[in-house]
Design a protein around this ligand. Structure first.
Ligand code: ARG
Length: 463
């Protein structure tokens, strides 16, 4: 196919085919087509509204663009590399449909402000979708938490048994992370939702355009105050990639825990067949592929954030073609975050089961109630540090004799310190230990029940 003359008569020969391919973005920016059409319709309406073109011309452009939308949705509009990018592809098709008036669409506009508009409209939409996925993820965490307030699970620091927890409390920690993610995206969205349309190539335009009019039609909150900034700013994309990276950090940490929990060493959960895979050689295996993939995909999103920062750091004002490189990483991050949130939600909903009996045994088989013995003495007037040292000794001798704290006789307790009484056994039972941590935000059942109510209310919020 011969290269159509997309730019001015200044050029005498067509692009080298390999360079045309190198330069083109159509293979990936086709993703923006619906936003490009919507943005162009707003621009056409503005041109008519301000009298730059006639009302009739405006209508022709708007309906021609609508026809392209239908053609695209029906799979009839599939522009190739010769179109260079989605913006040229649309403009060219528009001119085929409506004739010469199509050539008026690009009055008072540049692809620079156009692509910025498209990317923002895309991201605004995607952010809303990701927030909905986050809500689903939070909902399933809450559902499981509500059923497991009194299910106990060992709590760790340094991956060493530390203090037992309510399983609900553990899951609510992830709920909180997701809540911050949800709020953070809302915050990013405010800076995504600013219109660069009308900034032109870099300096504005000689035509009497109305930027606020297009901004309003496209539901932008405001317009860029400076045309150079408007066409060259990608802070909003970087901010989004930061927020996306944090979502992935959270999903990856949960994945890591699920992988550990499913191992023979922990045996805290069983993976169900619907979300696990086998090995091609070891018939006994059931592998946690879903959380492993989520953990692995996290690296891609971090990489895209890094790439975007590097793309931007040396750019002189205003638009540079480097900016075309903003898209693939952004699209891939959006798709990755959505896919991971969905997979993790399904995994939690139907892919795993907590083994509550095993969890109950786990919290009773260690020294994670040692702090409670020290607290017991401290509550009876023994200075905490002294109590701590005493209990340290008890743990040492118990380990040597193969006993747990609950196995000590009352006599033995009283030899350690006379303040010990028969209620020590109840005081160090796992249930009591968890229930007693009733400080604000702690794992005590009363606190957890309150946190569950707050969490339920939080996910009702739409903003
Ligand atoms: N495909 C281009 C991009 O994604 C559109 C903007 C081109 N602007 C230009 N001055 N060449 O950035």
């Amino acid at each position: 196919m011969t290269q159509p003359q997309t730019w001015s008569q200044r050029f005498e020969s067509a692009l080298h085919p390999a360079i045309a391919l190198f330069n083109a973005s159509i293979n990936f920016d086709i993703e923006l087509i619906e936003y490009d059409l919507t943005g162009s319709q707003a621009h056409a309406k503005m041109l008519a509204h301000t009298g730059i073109i006639s009302a009739e011309e405006g209508e022709q452009l708007v309906s021609g663009l609508e026809q392209i939308r239908q053609e695209y949705r029906q799979g009839q509009f599939q522009p190739g590399v010769d179109a260079e990018d989605v913006h040229f592809a649309v403009e060219r098709r528009l001119t085929e449909i409506v004739g010469d008036v199509g050539k008026k669409l690009h009055t008072a506009r540049s692809r620079n402000d156009q692509v910025g508009t498209d990317t923002r409209l895309y991201l605004r939409d995607q952010i809303q979708q990701i927030r909905n996925y986050l809500r689903e993820f939070q909902r399933i965490l809450l559902d499981i938490a509500e059923q497991n307030v009194e299910t106990l699970i060992p709590g760790y620091t340094h991956l060493q048994r530390a203090q037992p927890l309510s399983l609900a409390h553990h899951l609510l920690a992830y709920f909180e992370m997701a809540q911050r993610d949800w709020e953070r995206l809302g915050d990013v969205s405010r800076r995504v939702n600013i219109s660069p349309l009308g900034c032109g190539a870099l300096a504005g335009t000689t035509f009497p355009i109305d930027r606020h009019y297009t901004a309003q039609l496209l539901n932008f909150d405001s317009v860029y105050a400076n045309s150079l900034d408007g066409v060259s700013d990608r802070d909003f994309a970087i901010e989004f990639l930061c927020a996306a990276s944090l979502i992935m950090v959270h999903l990856s940490r949960l994945s890591e825990e699920i992988i550990l929990w499913a191992s023979e060493e922990f045996r805290f959960i069983t993976l169900k067949d619907s979300c696990a895979t086998g090995s091609s050689i070891m018939p006994q295996k059931k592998n946690p592929d879903v959380p492993e993939l989520v953990r692995g995909k996290t690296g891609r999103v971090f990489g895209h954030l890094q790439a975007m920062l590097v793309i931007m750091k040396g750019l002189p004002l205003a638009y540079n073609k480097d900016l075309q490189e903003d898209k693939e990483g952004l699209f891939d991050s959006v798709n990755t975050v959505k896919a991971c949130l969905e997979a993790m939600t399904i995994l939690l909903r139907e892919g795993l089961e907590f083994r509550s009996q095993r969890l109950g045994e786990a919290v009773a088989e260690d020294f994670s109630n040692a702090t409670d013995v020290a607290d017991y003495l401290a509550a009876r007037g023994v200075p905490f540090r002294e109590a701590y040292n005493l209990v340290g000794k008890v743990v040492k001798t118990s380990i040597a004799t193969g006993k747990l704290l609950k196995d000590l006789t009352l006599d033995e307790w009283q030899q350690i310190h006379p303040a010990f009484a028969a209620d020590i056994y109840e005081a160090i039972a796992p249930r009591t230990v968890v229930s007693a941590r009733n400080s604000y935000g702690g794992t005590g059942f009363a606190q957890v029940n309150k946190a569950l109510v707050t969490a339920r209310n939080q996910i009702k919020s739409e903003v």
